[in-house]
Design a protein around this ligand. Structure first.
Ligand SMILES: C[S@@+](CC[C@H](N)C(=O)[O-])C[C@H]1O[C@@H](n2cnc3c(N)ncnc32)[C@H](O)[C@@H]1O
Length: 195
């Protein structure tokens, strides 16, 4: 088991505190997702699934690597949501199976984001969309704060300093839409398509 999975197994009980902070941006994110035509959607790293009620319009499959997080997610899921314990870096789904793949605060946490994004590409149908909600180090004064936080962010198994351009696998996707969230545009919703 990786140190990161161990971390989420041990601290899943504290995640509702993080959720309080993330709730407003998740509402915007899932509202965007609900505008898309009905489709087969895979969410990777569902966490505790507290956001499941925000899904209104798709067939949802969720995966999570941490058993503790997944156990809470199962309690938050309806019968229509299929959940599996699985590593997003080694997906067990067939190629071209999903219309949408969702990553909410997962890419800066994953051990191997390159592998994760390759897998997202593999399971997406051509024309399918990758939807990402995350923090992104901006090109303004906030990058200095990010550099400072980065010294300690490893303790929480996340990369505070995070540039999506550094992930080569992203070159396979086409950026379709970018929504900068207030305040300070540090958090963004990015929609990519698989050509
Ligand atoms: C910061 S939490 C985000 C949870 C949820 N998506 C949210 O937005 O609240 C990151 C989650 O991703 C999971 N995770 C990290 N790497 C993963 C991987 N390779 N495969 C599946 N889940 C992963 C962690 O266990 C954790 O539950």
């Amino acid at each position: 088991m990786s140190a990161q999975t161990n971390f989420y197994n041990r601290f899943s009980f504290l995640y509702p505190l993080v959720d309080v902070f993330l709730k407003p941006q998740k509402e915007k994110f899932f509202n965007e997702i609900n505008q898309l035509p009905y489709g087969n959607l895979l969410e990777i790293g569902v966490g505790n699934g507290s956001h499941f009620p925000l899904y209104k319009n798709h067939k949802i499959t969720g995966i999570e690597i941490s058993s503790s997080m997944l156990n809470v997610a199962k309690k938050n899921a309806t019968n229509e949501i299929e959940l599996f314990q699985m590593n997003g870096e080694e997906l067990e789904f067939a190629e071209n199976s999903f219309n949408y793949v969702v990553l909410s605060h997962v890419i800066a946490v994953a051990d191997q984001p390159e592998k994760l994004l390759m897998q997202c590409h593999n399971v997406l149908k051509p024309g399918g969309k990758l939807l990402i909600l995350n923090h992104f180090t901006p090109n303004n004064w906030l990058k200095y704060l990010d550099r400072i936080f980065n010294l300690g962010s490893g303790l929480f198994h996340l990369k505070s300093l995070f540039y999506i351009e550094d992930i080569k696998a992203m070159e396979q996707f086409k950026l379709e839409k970018e929504i900068a969230l207030k305040p300070l545009s540090y958090f963004k919703i990015l929609t990519f398509s698989k050509p």
